[in-house]
Design a protein around this ligand. Structure first.
Ligand code: EPU
Length: 433
């Protein structure tokens, strides 16, 4: 398995180009299945998860081309309803094909994506929402088997759960409702920008949607959708990760280009409170660290609250902040696997339920660490960049799921970072023998 090696302590200065959003691209690619006609989706980042979605769409019978950030999907009329375990189990966002397949084919058999290291991740809200639109759903041998022989019907669907609204459940019900008979109201809908981008794509396909971006979405079902062209929004989590990097070490000064500032207000507010200098312009943001870091408290919440997908990165910053900082995780109460790895680098973090109390140590020391999930990997990179000495981040395939050309981007900012390929490790082992 590839690993990333970092020689920490180098100042990060310069410009970085933010990629297109992973979490917007994936449901939008699935939404292309709603029409037989071709769709063209631009600004799609070159990531493992995107390649997994390409593979899934092909297995379902669509022709898919992915070249230079452009995905072209031609579903045609021979789409299959079965999304197999071996693909769905590798990426939770695969569950996004459930709504489109069910509404278009009147049946869908989609493997249950299962939990992951960030928590249990149930799909009860997806199922509840589709049942309210009239689907018969059975969980059978690890598959969601959904049928609606007479087609789906519009309904009032409440999608708030114990941890707030669900992004992908809202996406599934939204996509399913576009071809349902009558009007659907999604109450307690997720408001995340990725969901809004999905709605914009669906509207371009001919869907009738109002209220996206609010907790109440109205969808008037139509008989047919057509193919559409769309450019995916910039990735607010990647941008946020670079912003945290800019705020982490004295002398850092990073200009993040191609971002939507409105999507990151919760983070910007916390970084300002931490003493970072933030300069905003239309589609870029500059983050500078001058002087002492100040402790902040963060609670993750659905959008527009502080995103859970930036919690681990923020924790990396807190480990260097003198004093006590507190993180409360309200979306995934168990999303704290990174704590043990940050501790290996000298961080002092005490976990009490879903609250982490970080006692800043002022400096971290490089160490071999293990990435456990995508955002935890990003936190370990940030910690490694600021640490003294060498950090080796193992299992970086997680990172490749969500960060495009991350070592190239960080090297261009002045980081000493490189990837050790599996082959070269084998070669080294052979030399050692
Ligand atoms: N939940 C339920 N029932 C459901 C669905 C969700 O109880 O049927 C709970 C979850 O367990 C969690 C909360 O609701 O406690 C929110 O989960 P949500 O459904 O919103 O998560 P998701 O849609 O599966 C997306 C992103 C995640 C991101 C979350 C929260 C994609 C592909 N994934 O997941 O991104 O953390 O929203 O914002 O869009 C990542 O990119 O690293 C990542 C994990």
């Amino acid at each position: 398995m590839d690993k990333i090696v970092i020689h920490g302590g180098k100042k990060l200065v310069g410009e970085v180009m933010n990629s297109g959003s992973k979490n917007a691209s994936l449901p939008i690619m699935a939404a292309a299945l709603l029409s037989a006609e071709p769709s063209r989706i631009e600004n799609v980042p070159d990531l493992r998860d995107v390649h997994t979605m390409v593979k899934l769409l092909r297995v379902l019978g669509a022709q898919v081309d992915y070249t230079n950030g452009v995905v072209e999907v031609y579903p045609g009329n021979a789409i299959k309803s079965n999304a197999p375990y071996d693909i769905v189990s590798t990426m939770r966002a695969s569950v996004c094909v459930l709504g489109p397949l069910l509404t278009r084919l009147k049946e869908a058999d989609v493997s249950i994506p299962g939990g992951c290291v960030i928590g249990a991740r149930p799909i009860d809200l997806h199922i509840k929402g589709l049942e309210m639109l009239g689907a018969d759903i059975l969980i059978d041998h690890g598959f969601v088997k959904a049928k609606a022989p007479k087609g789906l019907r519009g309904a009032d669907v409440y999608l708030g759960g114990n941890f707030g609204s669900s992004v992908l459940a809202t996406a599934n019900v939204l996509m399913a409702a576009t071809l349902a008979k009558g009007t659907t109201y999604i109450e307690g809908a997720a408001c995340e920008p990725e969901l809004v981008d999905l709605a914009e794509f669906l509207i371009k396909m001919g869907a009738k949607i109002k209220g996206h971006g609010s907790h109440l979405i109205e969808i008037q079902g139509v008989k047919k959708l057509h193919g559409a062209n769309h450019r995916v929004i910039p990735d607010r989590i990647e941008a946020g990760t670079f912003m945290v990097a800019g705020a982490m070490m004295n002398g850092n000064d990073i200009l993040v280009r191609n971002c939507i500032i409105d999507h990151n207000h919760a983070l910007i507010d916390k970084l300002k409170q931490s003493g970072a200098l933030v300069l905003k312009s239309k589609s870029s943001i500059r983050l500078k660290r001058r002087g002492r870091l100040r402790p902040v408290d963060v609670t993750t919440l659905p959008y527009p609250g502080f995103p859970t997908d930036l919690q681990a990165q923020m924790m990396a910053l807190m480990t260097l902040t003198p004093g006590i900082s507190v993180i409360t995780e309200k979306i995934y109460p168990d999303r704290f696997i990174h704590i043990s790895e940050l501790t290996r680098m000298g961080a002092k973090i005490f976990l009490e339920g879903s609250t982490a109390i970080v006692s800043g140590v002022g400096h971290l020391s490089g160490a071999p660490v293990m990435a456990s999930d995508l955002r935890a990997s990003a936190a370990l990179l940030l910690a490694g960049l600021a640490a003294e000495g060498e950090t080796e981040v193992n299992r970086i395939y997680h990172l490749d799921r969500g960060y495009e050309k991350i070592e190239e981007k960080l090297s261009a900012l002045g980081a000493e970072i490189f990837r050790k390929k599996e082959e070269s490790q084998k070669e080294l082992a052979a030399v050692a023998l």
